[in-house]
Write a protein that binds this ligand. Structure first.
Ligand code: FE2
Length: 432
């Protein structure tokens, strides 16, 4: 991050700490309809639109490190093979092309692979032996003479969009989706300093939770709950009144909250010693800087690691939390795992505080007493996410009683920021 951006965010932290009401012209946020958490119609709209059209974190290059390595990935409810293919480019670099396909044989629809990870020269369906290359082309089948007019060239595996950001592999089921870089927009630039291309995967776990996936995720997209849910774990390390939220197009968001100076050591000690990412700026070193990437990625990035959380629906009232830790090359031995304790046996204390309470929230939102959610300015990222969700679903496709009003307009979307103008005006006024 450039120094003038750092200075602006530092100023905004003081602006946030000093304000006595939401920033000038920030809209009142109408209640989120409660049915967005409980109504099967909304759940189905999420399935058909949000999970189908968004870029989703699926894998890391360390899971498919060599040509022929594949993994079966089903977190988004679709069976997907992610496979490392020889590159088709002529640059001499024969690795690095990662492809994704439906794990559905073009013959009778059987799974082409059934193991979670593997390495094979060809992907051969074990039902009738149809064989595909790592690029998805059908190159061999048993008894081809018994098929009349079978054109192998149109019987390859059905591809899924698959793109990388550094070593992270994303998929998108929508052939018409923008590129991953377009989707991320300015975030892709902001992430350069974290060197995603050098991260090694050190831990990845799945945890079943008894709540709607958005309930679990939203606990990680605001700091309003920190003092009550995390009084001894997070609260001392995070100055929530100085948190600065930023909203980006496509429903993404960022928070940056400083760690009090006397807690800096304790913050770093959460992670075992290891190499750090030397290009990370001062804010990434001394603040909680966390990104929400629509729809389901939350990651507190730092100079020590890139540890995304991903939230996946598992029915309307259950979900799966996926915890990742990636870090710069730590050499031999096990790498860090930010999100677990007891060697991966249970979630970290902080995440336990959130997830245990999530099951309670679920029970309450299913009650007749739950109608809607009045969000504060501090929770604007949640509202912004919901606006983006409706835009992606298509507002007319949503029953009226389940829609959110589109009240946060472009003036509040990065790089616009009316807070900066207000702050400068207040400074000028107090100087004059
Ligand atoms: Fe929390």
């Amino acid at each position: 991050m450039e120094q003038h951006d750092i200075d602006r965010i530092r100023d905004l932290m003081e602006f946030e700490a000093g304000r006595t009401e939401p920033p000038k012209d920030f809209p009142a946020l109408p209640d989120l309809p409660g049915g967005r958490y409980t109504d099967p119609r909304f759940f189905e709209l999420e399935q058909q639109h949000i999970w189908r059209k968004s870029w989703l974190l699926a894998s890391h290059i360390d899971e498919v490190p060599e040509v022929g390595c594949y993994r079966l990935w089903e977190n988004a409810g679709q069976p997907v093979i992610i496979v490392h293919a020889a590159s088709t480019n002529s640059g001499g670099d024969s690795t690095g092309q990662i492809n994704a396909f439906y794990n559905t044989c073009s013959h009778r629809g059987a799974p082409v692979v059934t193991d979670e990870f593997g390495k094979r020269p060809l992907l051969t369906c074990k039902y009738h032996g149809w064989s595909y290359t790592h690029s998805g082309d059908l190159i061999a089948l048993r008894d081809p003479e018994d098929f009349r007019d079978l054109d192998k060239s149109c019987r390859g595996l059905r591809p899924i969009r698959c793109e990388r950001f550094g070593n992270f592999i994303f998929v998108n089921f929508d052939d018409d989706a923008p590129s991953l870089l377009d989707w991320l927009g300015p975030i892709a630039d902001e992430w350069q300093e974290f060197q995603f291309e050098k991260s090694r995967l050190s831990a990845r776990h799945i945890w079943d939770l008894d709540c709607n996936w958005k309930i679990a995720m939203e606990a990680n997209t605001e700091v309003y709950h920190v003092r009550s849910i995390h009084p001894t774990t997070v609260a001392p390390m995070l100055d929530d009144r100085r948190n600065v939220n930023t909203l980006y197009r496509n429903g993404h968001g960022r928070m940056i909250a400083p760690t009090p100076a006397n807690m800096q050591g304790a913050r770093e000690a959460r992670v075992q010693d290891g190499p750090t990412i030397d290009t990370v700026s001062e804010l990434g070193r001394t603040c909680t800087q966390s990104y929400g990437v629509f729809p389901n990625w939350v990651s507190p990035l730092s100079h020590q690691m890139i540890p995304p959380l991903a939230f996946w629906p598992n029915g309307i009232n259950r979900c799966r939390l996926e915890t990742w830790t990636t870090a710069p090359d730590w050499g031999d031995g096990p790498g860090p795992d930010l999100w677990t304790q007891n060697n991966g046996e249970s979630l970290s204390p902080v995440l336990l505080e959130d997830t245990v309470f999530g099951a309670w929230i679920q029970k309450s939102v299913e009650s007749w007493g739950f109608k809607g959610v009045p969000l504060s300015y501090q929770e604007a990222r949640i509202y912004h996410w919901n606006q983006a969700a409706d835009t992606m679903i298509g507002i007319d496709n949503i029953p009226e009683e389940l829609r959110v009003e589109q009240v946060i307009d472009d003036r509040w979307i990065f790089p616009n920021d009316p807070r900066v103008t207000q702050m400068q005006a207040e400074k000028a006024a107090s100087a004059g």
